[in-house]
Design a protein around this ligand. Sequence first.
Ligand SMILES: *Cc1c(COP(=O)(O)O)cnc(C)c1O
Length: 389
Amino acid sequence: MSSHNFIVAPPRIEDREVVKPLLCGPGPCDYWPSVEKALSKPVLSPICEELFKVLEDIRVGLQYAFQTRSKLVMATSGSGHSGMEAIISNLVGPGETLLIASRGIWDQRALMIATRYGIKTKVVSIPMDTTFSLAQLEPELKRIRPAGLFITHGDSSTGTLQSLEGLGDLCHKYGTLLLVDTVVSLGGVPFFMDEWGVDGVYTSTQKVFSGPAGISPVAFSARAEQKMNSRKHNPPFYLDAKQLALQWSCDGVTRTYHHTLSSPLLWALRACLQELVRETLPVSWARHAASTAHFHKRLREYSFEFLIPKPEDRLATVTTVKLPKGYDYRGFVKYMRENHNILIFAGLGPTVDKALRIGIMGVNSTTKVADAVADAMADTLRALKKSSL
Ligand SMILES: *Cc1c(COP(=O)(O)O)cnc(C)c1O
């Protein structure tokens, strides 16, 4: 033993204290107190009855959250991107075409993922501060007849909410599956998977759900299931929805081991869903609408300007705001953090140097938080005025 030469000595890894700011960016969000408790519940082994009970609780909770009767409801082990990668790689094969409705950064990510799987991509774009109408999408669906259409419901890079009503029917008319990102919208604004004809959808737990990142709920429609049963390609093993469905006992019977599911993340997701079903969807949607309306009223009082011109396009979970000429977005965010201990974000993708992004969502969707953030933003505007002029 002692004859080994250690080329790396034990490093110093000391205790580290972190002052947590109020998390008001477009994610991650703060935890529900019940989530904090859930994170320390007992470890569940991959094949034990308790685990399958927890998975069942999560499945029924997610059917409620997504508003779907589909049994193909589960979660991938990874952050929101793993959900994105799962629905794309399971539903569109190499050589098939994915039409990407582009207005922010998440559709750009979908494009990068699809390209890596050898999927052909076509992009239909609109200005980043607007949303799509069915009339803008139909000619593309008709001309290209893609295997899938990818679209983001709530876009946290721009602060827009895409209407999805009627889009499923339109896609199905042209043999296209509808793939939707609801990472920053689910639970905060209305979403009806079955009614809107959505075929593949994912979300993540660190946004409106107010839980930890690292587990992503996904759901597939009957049409999506048909596609998976007849597909010629193999998606990556780790994200194969057919394999995951066996582990998640989507049929209510099968109990298999695919990979070790993270117990703390399962317990946390279950706690998030308990919060949601206790509050109910309509009450949660109304709370988000009310606290954001209040936030916007306060921002108008302080003469902030919204990035998104049409009020009906604005997302109730993430607000984008323009700063007057001469202000530096990153400097503004830094001042908020250092002087008010509030974390908001500068722009991302198409909104870099064009907007601040503020998330009033999940556990933080209250008028109290909205007031605190608006007041801190007004103070920051005043404080930085001199240096920017
Ligand atoms: C945050 C976010 C993502 C990415 O999620 P990760 O958990 O960071 O992988 C995807 N889509 C939207 C709309 C988001 O807001």
